[in-house]
Design a protein around this ligand. Structure first.
Ligand code: NVA
Length: 231
């Protein structure tokens, strides 16, 4: 486990002597910040409990691939609006001028500081970011419906209570019927089929989930090219 046998700072110092770039999937976000602070090579956040930027890059790429545009589209995120994936989507969508509505229960809505940053950026780009406890309102007119697990890393002991709170936010055919007829459905995976998304939707004609999974590879190759200056 990172930071147990050896400090995170020393891991960063040693790896910097071995490699050209570090990509780390960590648990606590401060570990990625600590790696970046002490590394002499670029550090990529591969996933933390705060955010998931590589996923969001791949997601924008996937939406662009399907729709040939980003600005002005509406992305509805349904589920735990306070988790790592939702946080990065808020930052990413606002940067490219996409509208985003988060349909999440009270208590699981985006952190106020994250929401404020995203709303300020969206205002600059001419889009809007809204939050509602009503999943139907969130997906109305949406071009993209996005969901993720109800229980994220580190929240395992809350799984039972979350399983009781989140069922109205399941992405199923009834919810899909409220969105645009050509809506695409996304999930960062791994999915808990039968919880946040049904088999019918995940394997259905609106799902782009596995193209999205493939695009993690391409987006991350692009990040490497950008960081290593070999474009
Ligand atoms: N929100 C999920 C994302 C997994 C890639 C989790 O933190 O478990």
């Amino acid at each position: 486990k990172l930071g147990v046998r050896e400090s995170v700072a020393d891991v960063a110092r040693v790896l910097s002597r071995y490699v050209d770039v570090i990509m780390a999937r960590v648990f606590a976000h401060h570990d990625i910040e600590e790696l970046a602070r002490y590394s002499r090579v670029p550090v990529i956040n591969g996933l933390s409990d705060y955010n998931h930027p590589c996923q969001a890059l791949a997601d924008l790429f996937t939406i662009y691939e399907k729709r040939s545009e980003l600005q002005g589209l509406k992305l509805a995120y349904v589920g735990d609006g306070s988790n790592n994936v939702a946080t990065s989507l808020l930052f990413a969508a606002s940067k490219v001028g996409m509208h985003m509505s988060v349909g999440a229960p009270v208590g699981y809505q985006p952190h106020p500081a994250v929401l404020r940053l995203a709303q300020e950026e969206a205002a600059r780009q001419g889009s809007t970011i809204t939050v509602t406890p009503d999943p139907v309102e969130a997906v109305r007119g949406a071009d993209v419906i996005y969901t993720d697990v109800w229980t994220s890393m580190g929240q395992e002991e809350e799984a039972e209570i979350r399983r009781r709170i989140f069922p109205p936010y399941q992405v199923n055919s009834a919810l899909l019927a409220q969105a645009s007829p050509d809506v695409i459905v996304m999930h960062c995976l791994p999915a808990h089929r039968g919880e946040e998304i049904t088999d019918e939707v995940m394997d259905g004609p609106h799902s782009v989930v596995f193209d999205q999974a493939e695009n993690r590879l391409h987006a991350q190759k692009a990040v490497l090219v950008a960081l290593l200056g070999k474009g």
